[in-house]
Design a binder for this molecule. Structure first.
Ligand code: ADP
Ligand code: MG
Length: 325
């Protein structure tokens, strides 16, 4: 058992993750600051996510899976910006220095870091209720970053994969639904190890007019694009991609409400000008990415959903932390 905070950091977190981004770390863990080389001509993309036990993940979830999920969810913001991942810093608050927990957590963290290509370059360790903050840093070409404010009327609205899996997985974890073995395995993998759509983001940078990663539900997150861009979106609910596993777990209402307003999917939602459609089709045919057209950007405000010509009333607009319900 490490004797103190410094020994703990040394033992569990000062490790070479073996990723290419290590080359840009002039000074890593152990000094007052890390010293990092930003690639020439790039802009630095920075994002911070905080996860609280009992709020963002089940309190008794396995430490390795918590770390895997935390890093993947954080890196998803870099994907949504069209950035290439480089570094991560970790703010870790622990109720106690539990060796098994730290062993599992650091194993999950370094496994995910190796897969996603980020180097852990620093952090802070404190005692308190289990919470983690991860700040991810990436590099993006100036003028090509996938911002939320670039959508225009006439653009198509797309998503990169099935929606509603995160909500279905959470229902399983909370014992509120049942599934067969195969569906359960697929959904739990989607929840604990979501794949940040990094490749998709890099391909869409300079191509899509706006993008966001879907963490709080399609209606809420597409709503952020609409608000930032000063436009409205029309979504055709029959075009929403849905997995067989989600459909198996969901009841009739959930088959629609989960894809529209369930969270934790981490697909990208993006908009595309009509002149760029051909290029997107090429990328799809070359199997470089998947994209499903689910609607259109129009003038106005808000996200409006249609079911075979009929307008749907969406009451739940996703997950909003400071709302009263
Ligand atoms: P300071 O007191 O100067 O803030 P700390 O004692 O908090 O420094 O941290 C010592 C070194 O260990 C720093 O380089 C810091 O970035 C790193 N560090 C602390 N906690 C973590 C952690 N959980 N993960 C990675 N690096 C960490
Ligand atoms: Mg400190």
């Amino acid at each position: 058992m490490p004797a103190d905070e410094f020994a703990l950091i040394e033992h569990y977190f000062r490790r070479d993750s073996g990723v290419a981004a290590e080359a840009s770390v002039a000074l890593g863990i152990g000094d007052d600051c890390a010293l990092l080389e930003v690639p020439a001509g790039k802009q630095l993309a920075v994002s911070l996510d905080t996860l609280v036990a009992g709020r963002h993940f089940p309190v008794d979830a396995c430490a390795e899976e918590i770390a895997q999920r935390a890093l993947r969810v954080s890196v998803s913001d870099l994907a949504a910006m069209g950035a290439e991942p480089l570094w991560v810093t970790l703010g870790l608050t622990l109720p106690e220095a539990d060796q098994d927990w730290l062993e599992g957590f650091s194993r999950g963290l370094f496994a995910a870091a190796a897969e996603l290509g980020v180097a852990l370059v620093g952090g802070d360790t404190t005692r308190g209720p289990l919470t983690m903050s991860l700040q991810v840093h990436g590099a993006v070409n100036p003028q090509q970053a996938l911002r939320r404010d670039g959508a225009s009327p006439g653009d198509g609205v797309y998503v990169t994969g099935s929606l509603g899996d995160g909500a279905a997985a959470l229902a399983l974890i909370l014992d509120q639904a049942q599934a067969g073995d195969e569906a359960r395995q697929y959904l739990l993998e989607r929840y604990y190890r979501p794949r940040p759509n990094l490749q998709e983001g890099l391909l869409l940078a300079g191509l899509a007019s706006a993008a966001i990663d879907i963490s709080d539900g399609l209606v809420a997150d597409l709503g952020h694009i609409c608000q930032a861009s000063g436009v409205a979106a029309q979504v055709q609910v029959h075009d929403l991609p849905r997995s067989a596993a989600m459909l198996q777990v969901a009841d009739e209402g959930q088959q629609l409400s989960w894809p529209l307003s369930g969270g934790d999917d981490y697909r990208l939602c993006f908009t595309l000008a009509p002149g760029k459609e051909e290029r997107l089709q090429q990328l799809i045919e070359q199997q470089q990415l998947m994209a499903y057209r689910i609607g259109d950007i129009v003038s106005g405000a808000g996200v409006h959903c249609f079911d075979q010509g009929r307008r749907l009333d969406i009451t739940a607009t996703g997950y909003n932390h400071f709302s009263n319900d």
